[in-house]
Every structure is written in structure tokens, then in C-alpha cells.
Ligand binder design. Structure first.
Ligand code: ADP
Ligand code: 5GP
Length: 190
């Protein structure tokens, strides 16, 4: 059996900046490895299968649910599923590394409860809902319909912040990245 290690969870409403911060940390801290989630949504922009996500069909996702292959999964948006495969966490722990997640708020809290004592759960907080909307729109990756769905969900998700171990303000990106580096280094070192 694989020796269990640590987990670092970054959660936030879509557009708060967690992917940007997680990518920064991966470039800075060699002992971290990204948990590649499975999703039924299509790849966008320059995303790659097996790097950003495992892009799989809905029937395959459903089959994997039935086989109990997910540690957690969710229908994050209507008809679109995302989930963390057990094998993904084991693959990373087997290398002696810490797993880092970019995951929605409910999924993040699910993992925090499941791996209590091994996990650091960080909520990335944007300055306001208006700024979050502007960031999401500015990212230019979602249709108007998808944007509205994300805005609606974001408003609810902002209320979950106090349930996390740490609230990391992402107002100025450089400051947020520096704070994230310190938090992660302290946690891994502990
Ligand atoms: P998430 O992964 O939480 O959905 P992203 O990391 O994709 O969010 O960030 C959403 C958009 O906001 C991206 O275009 C990103 O470059 C931008 N962004 C992230 N952090 C900041 C910041 N502190 N100030 C301004 N823009 C930011
Ligand atoms: P996106 O489509 O922008 O890549 O992701 C949409 C949302 O799904 C984000 O909040 C992202 O963090 C979340 N997400 C990504 N992977 C997973 C996962 O494995 N499980 C859950 N619950 N959410 C995920």
C-alpha cells in the first residue's frame, strides 16, 4: 500500500485566481504535484488531456462512478461532471510528493473532511463579486451562457470561505502568490 502523504487544497469560485496561483506554486516548489481531475467538459484554449484534466465522456465518467474510482466527484455545472480519481492521489504520494488540488468549494471541503489532519484547505478570495465577474469575463474562455452560470454559483460559493483553514486574499496577484508560497512551504515543512 502507498504511504499516505499531505494534500493542499485550493478552492474558490471560478475566476478567483486559483489556477493562476496553483501554477505559480508548481513552478516554485518541486515537491508539489498537481492532481489532474477528470471532467466531462471539453478542453478549452491550450488545455491538454492528461496535463490539465483527463477529458472523458459522460458514459466513461458514469462507469468510473459505478466502479467507485473517485475520492470525490460533483456535477459542478448542470450536465458537467468533475472528479478526483483515487489513483491520482496514490500516484503522487508514491513519488513521496504532496498533492495540490484546484477544485470547487464543495469538493474542497469534502477532501478536507476526508483527509483531516493531512490536508491544508485554502480559500482564494477575490476583492469582490464584481471584480470576480470582471476577471472571469476578461479570461475570455466561456460563452455568455456559461459565464452567467459561473456568476450565479460564485455568489453562493463566496459564503463558504469561513469553513476553510485559511482565507487567502487574491487582490494583488504578486502578493497572493508570495503568501501562498509561504503557507505551502510552512505546511510541507511541518
Ligand atoms: P480560477 O482558476 O479560480 O477560475 P483563474 O486563475 O483562471 O481563476 O483566474 C481568472 C482570471 O483572472 C485569469 O484571466 C487570471 O489571469 C486573472 N487573475 C487572477 N488573479 C488576478 C489578480 N490578482 N488580479 C488580476 N487578474 C487576476
Ligand atoms: P473549470 O471548468 O473552470 O476548469 O473548473 C470549474 C470548477 O470545477 C472549478 O471551480 C474547478 O476548481 C472545479 N473542479 C476541477 N476539478 C474538480 C474536481 O476534481 N472535483 C470538483 N469537485 N471540482 C473540480
Amino acid at each position: 500500500m502507498t504511504k499516505e502523504g499531505k494534500l493542499i487544497i485550493f478552492s474558490a469560485p471560478s475566476g478567483a485566481g486559483k489556477t493562476t496561483i496553483v501554477h505559480h506554486l508548481l513552478g516554485k516548489i518541486p515537491n508539489l504535484e498537481f492532481s489532474i481531475s477528470a471532467t466531462t467538459r471539453p478542453a478549452r484554449g491550450d488545455e491538454e488531456d492528461g496535463k490539465d484534466y483527463y477529458f472523458i465522456s459522460l458514459p466513461e465518467f458514469t462507469h468510473r462512478i459505478a466502479k467507485k474510482q473517485f475520492v470525490e466527484f460533483e456535477e459542478v455545472y448542470t450536465g458537467t461532471f468533475y472528479g478526483t480519481l483515487r489513483t491520482e492521489i496514490e500516484r503522487i504520494w508514491a513519488k513521496g510528493k504532496t498533492v495540490i488540488f484546484d477544485i470547487d468549494v464543495e469538493g474542497g471541503l469534502h477532501l478536507k473532511r476526508k483527509y483531516d489532519g493531512q490536508a491544508l484547505a485554502i480559500f482564494v478570495q477575490p476583492p469582490s463579486l464584481e471584480v470576480l465577474k470582471a476577471r472571469l469575463t476578461g479570461r475570455g474562455t466561456d460563452s455568455n451562457e456559461k459565464l452567467l452560470e459561473r456568476f450565479e454559483k460564485a455568489e453562493k460559493e463566496l459564503n463558504y470561505a469561513p469553513q476553510f483553514d485559511i482565507i487567502l486574499k487574491n487582490y494583488d496577484l504578486e502578493t497572493a502568490c508570495a503568501e501562498a508560497e509561504k503557507l505551502v512551504a510552512d505546511f510541507i515543512g511541518s
